[in-house]
Design a protein around this ligand. Structure first.
Ligand code: ADP
Length: 255
C-alpha cells in the first residue's frame, strides 16, 4: 500500500461561484502509477475540480499537494513547472506548425527573459531546445505518432490530434497527468488503444486522473474511481465497488 500524499492530494477543497458551492469539501488522492477515474452527472463539479488542479481557479478553502509538497496557488504554467500536465476536451494545436513543434510547445514552461539575458542564455537555450526535441520525439513514440512528427498539425485527423495532445503533456515528463474526456470522438478501436496507452503511462509511475463520460473505458482501465455529486464525493473505490454501489447506480449509472 502506497503512502498517502505521495501523488496528487486534494484536501478539503471548496470553491463557490457567488453563493453556489461548485465543489464543497473535496478530498481526492491520485497515487503514482494509478489511473484514477473522476465521474459524476452534469453539474457535479468535475470541470471545476480540473480547473482547480490546473491552477485556473483558486479554491477558497483547502490544500493541494504533489509528492508531499504543497502546490502554491498559481497560473497553469507554474503548475506545469511543478510536474502537472493536462489535456483538453478539444485538442489545442497550432495548425500551421508541425506535430513535433506542437508537442515541443508543451515543454516551454519558462517565462521570457529580456533580450540581453536571452542572448547570454542562447547556448543554454540551444542545449535545452535539443533536449526538448528529444523529449518531444520520445513522447510521440510513446503515443505511436513518431512517423507524423514533421507533418503539419492541421493535416491530422481528430483522433490523431487527441494523441498529439497526450504527447504534448508527456513531453513535460509530468508526475501527474490530467486527461479531460480523451475518448470523445474516438472509435471503439481507438478507445482501446487509448486505454492501453493510459495504462502504459501509469506504469511509468505517473499519477493519472481521467475525467471521462465513456463508462466502459473508466471501468476497464481505472484502479480507483471517485464519483462526484453536487460538489462532493458520493463514492470512491475500485470499479467493482463503484459498479455495485447502490447510490451511484440509482443516481448516476441509471440501474
Ligand atoms: P461538471 O463539470 O461536473 O458538469 P461543473 O464543475 O461545470 O460540473 O459545475 C459545478 C457547479 O458549478 C454547477 O452548479 C455549475 O452551474 C456551477 N458553475 C461552474 N462553473 C461556474 C461559473 N464559472 N460560474 C458560476 N457557476 C459555475
Amino acid at each position: 500500500e502506497r503512502r498517502r500524499g505521495e501523488g496528487l492530494a486534494l484536501r478539503g477543497i471548496v470553491l463557490a461561484f457567488g453563493g453556489v458551492r461548485a465543489i464543497d469539501g473535496l478530498d481526492i488522492d491520485v497515487h503514482p502509477g494509478e489511473v484514477h477515474g473522476l465521474i459524476g452527472p452534469n453539474g457535479s463539479g468535475k470541470t471545476t475540480t480540473l480547473n482547480v488542479i490546473s491552477g485556473y481557479y483558486r479554491p477558497q478553502q483547502g490544500t493541494l499537494a504533489l509528492g508531499g509538497a504543497p502546490l502554491p496557488a498559481g497560473a497553469p504554467t507554474l503548475r506545469a513547472a511543478h510536474g502537472i500536465a493536462r489535456t483538453f476536451q478539444t485538442p489545442r494545436v497550432v495548425g500551421e506548425e508541425s506535430v513535433l513543434d506542437n508537442v515541443m510547445l508543451g515543454g516551454t514552461v519558462e517565462g521570457r527573459a529580456g533580450f540581453a539575458e536571452a542572448l547570454l542564455a542562447l547556448p543554454r537555450q540551444r542545449r535545452e531546445e535539443r533536449a526538448m526535441r528529444e523529449r518531444a520525439l520520445a513522447a510521440l513514440r510513446v503515443v505511436g505518432l513518431e512517423s507524423l512528427a514533421e507533418a503539419r498539425a492541421d493535416r491530422l485527423q481528430h483522433s490523431e490530434l487527441r494523441f498529439v495532445e497526450i504527447a504534448r503533456a508527456l513531453a513535460l515528463r509530468p508526475a501527474f497527468l490530467l486527461l479531460d474526456e480523451p475518448a470523445a470522438g474516438l472509435s471503439t478501436e481507438e478507445i482501446r488503444r487509448l486505454g492501453a496507452l493510459i495504462r502504459a503511462i501509469a506504469r511509468q509511475g505517473t499519477a493519472v486522473l481521467l475525467v471521462e463520460h465513456h463508462a466502459d473505458l473508466i471501468f476497464d482501465i481505472c484502479d480507483r474511481v471517485t464519483v462526484l455529486n453536487l460538489g462532493r464525493v458520493l463514492a470512491a473505490g475500485t470499479p467493482a465497488e463503484i459498479r455495485s454501489h447502490k447510490e451511484v447506480v440509482s443516481a448516476y449509472l441509471g440501474g
